[in-house]
Ligand binder design. Structure first.
Ligand SMILES: Cc1ncc(COP(=O)(O)O)c(C=O)c1O
Length: 333
């Protein structure tokens, strides 16, 4: 795969670590060996997966002469936090459109990522109803800013277009280089599957390196069929953009939707257990909305014997821990 054909800003400090999780593996019965790729330690204010995608999206914006970034997300969006962070660093204005997916969940004085938006100097926050057409809402904002003489660039939700997903194809290649150097053979990779760029990028990147390792996604909102189609569609676009020979097969896209619970961002018992277990066994902080639910999936799959005995399973930690502070009551109950 040749990433040099695309504009890219250098936001990484080299590969993120791959660590073994012996205490968690033991706590789950010692039947499989769990590893973790620490994308929570990526640079950017408080880290997380969007830094990899924004290397390409913000570079594209700058190549087009933009001076302003507009993006969208949920009220505690990590993506919005990191877009605000990298925009600040690049000297670009940042405007956010937040979707109130759970009615009444936006609080101007809220903590977690909400508080960080302010600190990272976003120029405006517009809150719209759950189910709004977010592209249209961002388009309206762009028109408003253009009329003021600005040059806005829209980064879609989660930076999950083919440009942003390049970041996770690059992550797959980085991961394979590390595994080959360390001589570590991984049998299965588990990733959170939300706006789909991370999952699509990992599958395309693994395919582009001929690594032949299954990558499964744990959903945070949608049903299995809907999410698999969404990830597949984006992956086809990405594979074409990158020129991955033979493209990608539909059956390479597998999602688990049993860990979503009542809905996006709504806490579940298994998420709370996963967050506590990772903290007390490995001192690793997950988040309540994405990595916590994905880890709940990982834990249940291990307990159910989904992976062969002795398998090496790699969990992609996509970050998000600032959102923990907006959910303290959930964990104290
Ligand atoms: C911490 C965290 N993990 C995982 C995801 C999901 O990644 P993607 O949207 O690429 O599917 C997100 C998305 O916002 C996130 O913030």
């Amino acid at each position: 795969m040749n990433f040099t054909q695309f504009p890219r800003r250098p936001y990484l400090n080299g590969p993120t670590p791959i660590e073994s999780m012996p205490s968690l593996s033991k706590a789950l019965g010692g039947k499989v060996n769990l590893y973790i790729k620490r994308d929570d330690l990526l640079p950017g204010a408080a880290g997380g997966n969007k830094t990899r995608k924004l290397e390409f999206c913000i570079a594209d914006a700058m190549a087009q002469g933009a001076d302003t970034i507009i993006t969208c997300g949920a009220v505690q969006s990590n993506h919005c936090r990191l877009t605000a962070a990298w925009s600040a660093k690049e000297g670009l204005d940042c405007h956010l459109v937040l979707e109130e997916r759970v009615e009444g969940s936006y609080k101007k004085e809220g903590s977690g990522n909400n508080f960080l938006f302010e600190l990272l100097d976003v120029k405006s926050i517009e809150v719209v109803k759950g189910g709004s057409d977010m592209m249209a809402e961002m388009g309206k904002k762009a028109d408003e800013l253009k009329a003021q003489g600005k040059k806005p660039y829209i980064v879609p939700g989660g930076a999950s277009n083919a440009i942003g997903a390049l970041g996770y194809a690059a992550c797959a290649e980085e991961t394979m280089n590390q595994l080959n150097t360390e001589g570590l053979s991984i049998d299965h990779i588990i990733v959170p599957s939300g706006s789909a760029g991370t999952h699509a990028g990992m599958v395309v990147g693994i395919s582009g390196t001929n690594a032949n390792i299954p990558v499964s996604g744990v959903n945070v909102s949608r049903t299995k069929d809907v999410q698999e189609e969404l990830v597949f569609k984006l992956a086809v676009e990405l594979a074409e953009k990158l020129g991955v020979k033979g493209g990608v097969e539909r059956d390479a896209f597998v999602c688990f939707d049993q860990y979503v619970g009542p809905g996006y961002s709504i806490p579940t018992d298994s998420m709370v257990e996963a967050v506590k277990l990772f903290a007390k066994t490995e001192a690793i902080l997950l988040d309540p909305v994405y990595s916590g639910k994905a880890a709940a999936g990982l834990i249940d799959l291990v307990r159910k014997g989904h992976f062969a005995e002795g398998a090496n399973v790699l969990f992609l930690h996509t970050g998000g821990s600032p959102a923990l502070f907006a959910y303290m009551d959930t964990f104290r109950q």
